[in-house]
Design a protein around this ligand. Structure first.
Ligand code: NAP
Ligand code: GCO
Length: 265
């Protein structure tokens, strides 16, 4: 039987993938056969990423310096990738930032910065890769959403607005380009242990768990934080022919958070 999960011969661009969730997803796509392409903001991070992929045994990897909020830089990078590696078959919009600031203390500039990276940039990168996908007659776009695509919480107004918007951008790309055999889906990770969430897991001065850490364990039926590796299978599924009739879907990989009302008293 044909292996519907094989990514042999495919080119995958994962944004912001020197470490964290992006690295785990790119590595999984690489293991399934894809050529890995990633970017980061500075050469220093790209070099660290390249060294990490090499250490993990990946040789078919290219890294580029590119700020995904800059349309000019993104268009240059995509043109270079098409020339140096090939047409991008799989795009994972992973690069993201968060600012945890109570809304009434947040400046409009800070709000805009989060929207710029977490919502405008996925639009910019998707817009840059879709024309070649249309020509090729196939393409996969995966947008990394969040629990905050569905839920609110104190201090993350900009992030929730951006990730909620990204869910709808996902559905709109699916609606607009589905007829060209392009599938655009989202992955909504639950609480995953990465540098982004490190401040929420810091040990207290007395050595006890951070209250947010205990809160997340109690809100998650799986009773643990996720690891970046928990996203590997879902990413390969959505990047492969196994999901060719799945379009505009957000796959939440959250240990059950969205299904759960919370521990009863
Ligand atoms: P992370 O550890 O902070 O990594 C984010 C990556 O994005 C970094 O490599 C960062 O680059 C890069 N980046 C940020 N702004 C960029 C820009 N303008 N241009 C290019 N690259 C940029 O985050 P993570 O936890 O792995 O999260 C990855 C994605 O998953 C994000 O979209 C995040 O919102 C989402 N997510 C995370 C969780 C979680 O619990 N961790 C849950 C749900 C969703 P630098 O190295 O230069 O900072
Ligand atoms: C926060 C967290 C979240 C997670 C994630 C949840 O402060 O609430 O950082 O936003 O990172 O996106 O899915």
């Amino acid at each position: 039987m044909e292996n519907k999960f094989s990514l042999e011969g495919k080119v995958a661009l994962v944004t912001g993938a020197s470490y964290g969730i992006g690295f785990a997803i790119a590595a999984a796509l690489g293991k399934a056969g894809a050529a890995i392409v990633f970017n980061d903001l500075k050469q220093e991070f790209v070099d660290k990423g390249l060294a990490a992929y090499k250490e993990a045994g990946y040789t078919n990897v290219k890294g580029y310096v590119c700020d995904v909020t800059s349309e000019e830089q993104v268009n240059d990078m995509v043109a270079k990738i098409e020339k140096e590696v090939g047409v991008i078959d799989i795009l994972v919009n992973n690069a993201g930032i968060i600012k945890r600031i109570p809304m009434i203390e947040m400046s409009a500039a800070e709000f805009r910065q989060v929207i710029d990276v977490d919502l405008n940039a996925p639009f910019i990168v998707a817009k840059a890769v879709i024309p070649s996908m249309i020509k090729k007659g196939a393409g996969k776009i995966i947008n990394i959403c969040s629990m905050m695509s569905e839920l609110g919480r104190e201090t993350v107004s900009a992030y929730a607005a951006a990730k909620g918007g990204l869910k709808m951008l996902t559905r709109n790309i699916a609606s607009e380009y589905g007829e060209y055999n392009i599938q655009c889906n989202g992955i909504g990770p639950g609480y995953i242990a990465t540098p982004q969430t490190a401040p929420l897991r810091e040990l207290q001065p007395d050595g006890s768990r951070h209250p947010f850490d205990s809160f997340i364990i109690s809100k998650t039926p799986a009773a643990r934080w996720g690891a970046p590796e928990d996203l590997e299978g879902p990413a390969v599924f959505l990047a492969s022919n196994a999901s060719d009739f799945v379009n505009g879907h957000i796959l939440y990989v959250d240990g059950g958070i969205l299904a759960y009302i919370g521990k009863q008293p």
